[in-house]
Design a protein around this ligand. Structure first.
Ligand SMILES: Cc1cc2nc3c(=O)[nH]c(=O)nc-3n(C[C@H](O)[C@H](O)[C@H](O)COP(=O)(O)OP(=O)(O)OC[C@H]3O[C@@H](n4cnc5c(N)ncnc54)[C@H](O)[C@@H]3O)c2cc1C
Length: 439
């Protein structure tokens, strides 16, 4: 089968070998029907971020398509468990625990996975020429992009995926800052496994990511077959790292965890790049945008970015490129901002902890969401769609009027976030939009 854009996509580069770059390189083989040359470029001296253990259900089939392996084999290779949702403890003002299930509830599952093993699995399915070199610059040029290397001649490509991870610094002209998300750091610890393998080394029983509200933020608990991953997500401006470590110790003690290995302390920005795709350079993964790990939106965003860009470049003739590019870019920015609003909204009713962090999150950070996503400033209408979703929630779920057929699976083009997700969070945190008692 020939595709209209395949001829214009003969030489492709993926820069970066973390989760995003590895996914992109594997996807080129899945999508491209013809001859192509793929360069997978990374600097082995620059480590990958190495976290990213929660996913969304779309990854389960996607990995099967990429690897051609049976689902149980993939799960085992990833030290994986089946994630049916996120179990929230202590969030909101109702002082009641709740679960955000994937839809359909208790049927649809994703993986908890080991990030290192995911990239290994993807590399096995990728046909690429590997280049271990530092990239100095990637620039758009006539009919393609130019990649400049340290100690190697520059090369020209038809399409470059830039998966180099977080930008060094944010620049308001290039990135949209998201100050309504109140966290910026995480301490990662690895603890003994708490799940038992059932049959043939595969864990069949449902598992959930725990998201436990704590005085300085929240702690994720991700059960893998090899270990349990714990991460304390906090704000280093509001809380002192020593206090956070002490509270981390307290939770592990309460959980009866016998010991742990300290893995990393990671600082992260919350942002969306204004130009994820310019027609020949596609930023993906943490280079395109990042939201703190609540709801695990990074891998699923990378999947969407890669799929959308490859489909656009292959299915459309190159003559359409100039017209298509802003539309694709706007869609991808809009998608990330909708995730951002959804994630930030979780903090809007505080938690069971009346602490400095939670007052900051609820009273100072979250109220900035409207200014930060003002359509005039960000060039897309994620905010209006968020408002519409809350209005729909108010009308159909909270006031319990009949849900119209057209609204039932309404997603506003964010495939992972149906109305049911908003309803579960609204009920869970006690946020009833449009009603006086909402805050
Ligand atoms: C605390 C925390 C928890 C998280 N939890 C989740 C989760 O549960 N689920 C989820 O989906 N995501 C999660 N994430 C997000 C996670 O970081 C991403 O999913 C994922 O790892 C994407 O990383 P990346 O591939 O974009 O970048 P990285 O892993 O940083 O990889 C960057 C790559 O680029 C290469 N590189 C960099 N600069 C150059 C250069 N100049 N030249 C050549 N090569 C270069 C590096 O060698 C590396 O290979 C979490 C993030 C944090 C901080």
């Amino acid at each position: 089968m020939t595709l209209p854009g395949a001829e214009s996509l003969r030489k492709i580069a993926v820069v970066g070998r973390g989760t995003a770059g590895s996914l992109a390189a594997a996807n080129v083989g899945l999508f491209h029907p013809g001859d192509y040359e793929l360069h997978h470029i990374y600097d082995s001296r620059i480590p990958v971020i190495g976290v990213g253990e929660g996913s969304w259900p779309s990854l389960v089939d996607h990995l099967q398509q990429l690897t051609n392996l049976p689902h149980p084999v993939i799960q085992r290779r990833l030290n994986g468990t089946r994630k049916y949702g996120v179990a929230f403890e202590g969030w909101g003002h109702r002082n009641q625990d709740f679960t955000h299930y994937f839809t359909p509830q208790q049927v649809s599952y994703a993986y908890h996975l080991s990030a290192d093993f995911l990239t290994d699995l993807l590399h096995e399915s990728t046909r690429a020429h590997h280049v271990d070199a530092k990239v100095l610059d990637i620039t758009r040029v006539e009919a393609g992009a130019r990649v400049e290397f340290e100690g190697r001649a520059a090369e020209h490509y038809d399409l470059v995926f830039d998966a180099r991870g977080f930008p060094r610094a944010l620049d308001a002209g290039r990135q949209i800052d998201l100050p309504f998300i109140p966290t910026n750091s995480a301490i990662i610890r690895r603890c003994p496994a708490i799940v038992q393998e059932d049959r043939d080394g595969v864990v069949l029983r449902p598992t959930y990511t725990r998201a436990v509200a704590r005085p300085h933020g929240w702690i994720f608990v991700i059960p893998l077959t090899s270990h349990t991953s714990y991460g304390y997500v906090f704000n280093r401006v509001v809380s002192d790292e020593t206090e956070v470590e002490e509270d981390f110790d307290a939770l592990l003690e309460a959980d009866g965890v016998s010991g742990f290995e300290q893995r990393a302390v990671i600082e992260f920005p919350n942002f969306v790049h204004r130009r994820i795709f310019d027609g020949t350079v596609a930023r993906i993964g943490n280079a395109a945008g990042f939201l703190e790990p609540l709801e695990a939106t990074a891998i699923v965003s990378a999947q969407l970015q890669i799929g959308m860009i490859l489909r656009n470049r292959l299915n459309r003739s190159v003559e359409n490129l100039e017209r298509d590019t802003p539309v694709v870019n706007r869609f991808l920015v809009d998608n990330m901002l909708r995730y951002a609003l959804f994630v930030g909204w979780h903090y809007s009713c505080g938690s069971r902890h009346d602490s400095e962090f939670w007052r900051y999150a609820r009273d100072h950070a979250w109220p900035k969401y409207r200014t930060a996503t003002d359509p005039e400033q960000v060039g897309c209408d994620a905010l209006r769609k968020f408002d519409e979703m809350l209005a729909l929630l108010n009308e159909t779920v909270i006031r319990q009027t009949v849900i119209r057929e057209a609204d039932r699976n309404r997603t506003y083009a964010v495939p992972q976030l149906p109305l049911t997700s908003y309803a579960q969070i609204a009920h869970g945190i006690g946020c009833y939009p449009g009603m006086e008692s909402s805050t």
